[in-house]
Ligand binder design. Sequence first.
Ligand SMILES: *Cc1c(COP(=O)(O)O)cnc(C)c1O
Length: 381
Amino acid sequence: MNEIGPPRLICPGPVPVSEAVQRAMAAPMPHHRTPDFAAIVAQVREDLRWLMQAEGEAVALTGTGTTGMEALVANFVDPGGLFVSVGGGKFAERWGQIARAYGVPSLELAVQWGRAAEPEALAALLDAHPEVKAVALTAVETSTGVVHPIEALCAVVRRRDDVVLLVDGITAVGVMPLPADRLGIDGLVVGSQKIFAVPPGLCAVAISPRAWRLQPSPGLPRFSLDLRREADKQATGQTAFSPAITLWMGMSAALEGLRGEGLEGLWARHALAGRAARAGGAALGLGCFAEVPCDAVTALLVPEGIDGQALVRAVRDRGVVISGGQDSLKGRIVRIGHLGSLTVEDVVMALGALGESLAQLGWGVDPRAGAAAASAIGAAR
Ligand SMILES: *Cc1c(COP(=O)(O)O)cnc(C)c1O
């Protein structure tokens, strides 16, 4: 296994920082009120619009993905309307938590963790509540490994032109098609430590013209998360406050790499890694937790009688960091990441460590079967 060197992060973010990004971030730091930095701002914003397939506007903000979600709520959710979010996992539930923190009346469409959301159920909820002004969705639910039927869910919301549609695309953008404009998404969030393989701390939102048109006034209180001010400033190559310069440098290098792969290439690479992870899990005799599994992370059920937290620790002892389950899933699943800088080779490494750890904890299966199955998928590409 990976006995020399630091542990390999094979989890759904943060993922290992790619070498190109490390180099860019280690370069001497430019001052941010200079033409050099303005060029980086312009390039990052343009590349983000390409990645998110959004003609409108992209704004990067200091903060993690949650900050991006909060910025969308604070800027585009009408405090006098009803906010609806679609549940199904820890991250989906965060939308409702943010709305409640801002005192916005909210309603969550309940979705059992591990299941995919049903567009018909969302349609029924929206029909019953004409006072809904904003809907928030999660494309890929990282806590369960589920990919939701995002096109159909967006289409349900888009039957109404007066509703703002916000989407958490943090582990979906770049992993699978999620064309913001074509799906009518008004606010789409991404975060630096996932597909970009940049350390955590920078997030970005794509904003549609409709979002600006429907922006409530007076809206919710906000200061450093005021997206109008930030967007106006970034249009000039500046930021409203001191930017996280190093992370912008990293994002610039990351986006250059993603551009080089192309959207189709990115989607194909993630689809292959997802297939390898699922095949490997099955070969170890582990069930897949997600009803409809995504290609960013694979959640595998921990076998009956095995302590899931001990399993994650045993894998870590082999130099590989995978994730356990969160909240109610603690100890019940393990999650292998395969997005961003992670490749099929990482999936093979994680499954190898997982197989050995399962054997150590008494699970009677060939410890090499998972890595072999994943490796075969990688070789057949
Ligand atoms: C990682 C992630 C987030 C954001 O988490 P932060 O820790 O704030 O970056 C939100 N939604 C999903 C689906 C995620 O995977």
